[in-house]
Design a binder for this molecule. Sequence first.
Ligand code: ZN
Length: 306
Amino acid sequence: MMRSVEIVEVGPRDGLQSEPGIMPTAAKIVFIERLLAAGLRRIEVASFVNPKRVPQMADAEQVLAGLAKRPDVHYVGLVLNRKGFDRAVAAGCNEIGMAVVASDTFNRRNQGVGTDESIAAWLDIARAARTAGLRAQVTVSAAFGCPFEGEMPLERVVDVARRCAEAEPFEIALADTIGVGVPAQVTELVAAVRAAISPVTRLRAHFHNTRNTGLANAWAAVQAGVTTLDASTGGIGGCPFAPAATGNIPTEDLVYMLARAGYATGVDLDALIATSQWLQDTLGRAVPGMLVKAGNFPRIAAERAA
Ligand code: ZN
């Protein structure tokens, strides 16, 4: 039986929110449509946060309005509080993603409240989502290190994850928001969180390639039993509130690594590379990903298949 890994494409949100410029709404919709055509079925399309703080996401409602609703696609809206949740539901998101930062200092900088208040907000959102028949998941951010507090004690991350898991969401994610994690840490943290939460809650992982360990971390996560990974096409992204945070792991580079190891992702790699090229043209600069420069391999087989 072929093994598989599900990819959540976060380029339209995590990627574009840290771009210096603002991609026009129509281009964002083209971007998302291209991702759908390449086979991606879970896409983080917008965040419902204060547009004064994140002007790149000010058109969240308009982006959702421009997307065709499909039963096989989850459009994920990222929220940080109940107000954002209500906006995301009204806009038509059929999956809600909430973020709680493991570090209290980072949570206050990012969301204006402490970690405990964000956990309480998440438990409220999880209940509201259940009532509305929507699926909701939560990401534990800065799980591998914090730009303000430094090392995140493993017990602290496990405790935050365990408290978030009390809502029994279908999924919890561990995020290396600033790209400081290393594979050995991934192995250890995934095992510790797995042991602390209900087996009905799946684990997802979110890596940034700030220190070039992103793909190695993704591989370690898969080997540790994580079956869903976040990635952004071209490797664009970062966090406007995290100093020096750079791109997410590039989706096409991740698909390449997994495909050659025998993991199905449902993604058409050549279509995704073409989308990454489109992204470079649209942004007017090179993206960090490597496949967009080096190409698929073996090319001959890819050409024969085409
Ligand atoms: Zn991120």
